[in-house]
Design a protein around this ligand. Structure first.
Ligand SMILES: CC(C)(COP(=O)(O)OP(=O)(O)OC[C@H]1O[C@@H](n2cnc3c(N)ncnc32)[C@H](O)[C@@H]1OP(=O)(O)O)[C@@H](O)C(=O)NCCC(=O)NCCS
Length: 288
């Protein structure tokens, strides 16, 4: 058994050093760690060696009173393959359960074989697949017509939706194919939780709830990007709907549009036709 304790500010340099080259592009952990240690809605745990030096970390947060999210699992390259991430996961699930969560989830990209193997050992099960669809928009876009092809969809009307429309949008989604595929989850940033009708009311108040043709979406500016974490559309309208999102993102003057798509073939195919690059990911879940 490896010793596991809460992370402290003095651990930051050690963690920053062993996460410097986690991925080809580096890692975001060192930048975000100071804020995570100050935040009250989450906890960072570290596994330490015999000298109390961190050799692994992972973080949990509560996305709602009953839903936990686990992420940022990082094991020092010299200590991988020893089951340490699994030991951290046990501590995190205990932490979340003590705080009232009855479910915990996490996200793994398709390419990350080590992570898929690791979480399978902890009793988590795959619950929903999503595709992260990314496309440059506005001046950053070198191919405004998508895939070099012709834009055949007529522009759809996009307008801010009102809270009064939330029940209709929620009902449409709940009985349609997308909620089923998404297992009622939606994205915010890189995390997922269950959508409730009051989330759409909240989005209307924040002016992020949009009517796109006869569908709806939650559209949030995020840095240089526009992020769409929830979509409700139908197969015969998906192409025009996605163009509507491109138009909307272009109007904001941002450079990139990111749309989280539930794993429906007609939807990912429409996204590719509109010029999005898509990457598959799996949400895993565990009952606490
Ligand atoms: C994913 C990660 C957290 C797993 O942690 P871990 O403590 O090594 O997990 P495990 O010991 O259970 O090993 C999991 C799998 O890693 C692979 N693995 C084993 N030894 C390894 C090593 N020395 N180096 C790299 N991967 C190794 C194996 O596929 C193993 O599965 P198996 O036991 O069924 O053969 C760790 O590899 C890591 O930090 N990766 C980089 C960061 C990352 O991808 N985080 C997750 C983002 S979602």
């Amino acid at each position: 058994m490896t010793e596991i304790r809460r992370a402290r500010p003095e651990d930051i340099p050690t963690i920053a050093a062993f996460t410097e080259r986690t991925f080809d592009w580096g890692d975001y952990v060192a930048d975000l760690l100071p804020g995570w240690l100050d935040a009250s809605d989450g906890a960072v745990f570290v596994a330490v060696d015999d000298h109390d030096v961190p050799i692994a970390m992972a973080r949990g947060t509560l996305l709602s009173p009953t839903e936990a999210w686990f992420h940022a699992a990082r094991v020092h390259p010299d200590h991988r393959g020893k089951g340490i991430a699994g030991e951290l996961a046990l501590v995190l699930t205990g932490w979340a359960s003590e705080r009232g969560a009855d479910v915990g989830r996490l996200l793994i990209e398709d390419w990350n074989e080590a992570s898929h193997r690791q979480v399978a050992k902890t009793g988590m099960r795959p619950v929903a697949r999503f595709h992260r669809a990314e496309r440059a928009v506005g001046e950053a876009s070198v191919r405004p017509e998508g895939n070099g092809g012709r834009r055949v969809a007529r522009p759809v009307r996009t307008r801010l939706a009102r809270s009064a429309e939330a029940p209709a949008a929620f009902a449409s989604w709940s009985v349609g194919p997308l909620a089923r595929r998404a297992r009622n989850l939606f994205a915010r940033g890189w995390s997922f939780r269950r959508l409730r009708d009051h989330d759409l009311v909240g989005a209307a108040k924040e002016e992020t709830f949009w009517e796109i043709g006869s569908g709806w979406a939650i559209v949030r500016p995020s840095g240089a990007s526009v992020e769409v974490g929830w979509v409700e559309t139908r197969p015969d309208e998906a192409f025009g709907f996605l163009w509507g999102l491109v138009d909307l993102a272009t109007e904001t003057g941002r450079e990139e549009l990111v749309v989280w798509l539930p794993d429906e073939r007609w939807l990912t195919r429409a996204a590719q036709q509109v010029g999005f690059e898509t990457r598959g990911m799996q949400v895993y879940t565990i009952e606490l």
